[in-house]
Design a protein around this ligand. Structure first.
Ligand SMILES: C[S@@+](CC[C@H](N)C(=O)[O-])C[C@H]1O[C@@H](n2cnc3c(N)ncnc32)[C@H](O)[C@@H]1O
Length: 198
């Protein structure tokens, strides 16, 4: 019975998937949450070996993690999100979909232990610091200084990882990508890029 209800959530479209979310969060989807096909393609690259631990940096409502976890059950997907309401929405969606191999954390990346994760997904989480409108809300501080601070923080994390670490960026300005990451694949529009640390 549960499967009959849930199957369309994963298989049909972003509009269907987004019905997991409350209206306000659904309205943000087109601009702020990863589209389903991009999530699947990214997760396929990141989940290349069984048992890998994949971290979504700025996991929002959990869309990337939930879709990745459904399609790649032998990997574990984690999300760190600075907005508590979005973290709660992600946890609710995990419960409703009975997703086992996904875990969400509330907090700022800069206060989070990143050492246990193998591969990383990054949908331009820090860009909200560079624009004057279109942000998710006005509940967190924004500034160009924060953009540079967060980008450098993530750069250092990525640089510290072992060779073979995989990274997917979506709509990134690439300030957080160290030169030791080699571009191995990209979509034609260059919005989605796949990298491996060499
Ligand atoms: C573009 S949304 C992407 C959401 C999700 N990764 C997805 O693809 O569906 C970026 C998210 O990053 C979060 N974020 C931005 N800076 C952050 C930080 N320093 N630590 C944790 N989360 C952050 C924002 O609150 C927002 O929810």
């Amino acid at each position: 019975m549960e499967k009959i209800i849930l199957e369309p959530v994963w298989q049909i479209s972003d509009t269907t998937f987004d019905k997991l979310y409350p209206e306000r969060v659904r309205q943000l989807s087109g601009k702020h949450w990863t589209p389903m096909e991009i999530a699947k393609k990214s997760a396929r690259f990141l989940a290349s070996e069984p048992g890998s631990k994949i971290l979504d940096i700025g996991s929002g409502a959990g869309k990337f993690c939930l879709i990745g976890a459904y399609h790649f059950p032998s990997s574990v997907f984690y999300g760190i999100e600075q907005r508590e309401d979005l973290y709660q929405v992600a946890v609710s969606a995990k419960e409703v979909t009975d997703s086992q191999n996904v875990h969400f954390f509330f907090g700022n990346l800069t206060q989070f232990d990143h050492t246990q994760f193998d591969h990383f997904y990054f949908y331009n989480a820090f860009y909200e610091n560079l624009v004057s409108d279109g942000q998710i809300d006005q509940l967190v501080p924004y500034s160009a200084e924060l953009y540079h601070y967060y980008s450098r923080y993530l750069y250092n994390i990525l640089e510290s990882k072992t060779n073979g670490t995989r990274l997917v960026t979506f709509h990134s300005l690439e300030d957080e990508v160290p030169p030791c990451y080699q571009l191995v694949d990209a979509t034609l529009d260059l919005n989605l890029k796949m990298w491996v640390k060499r």
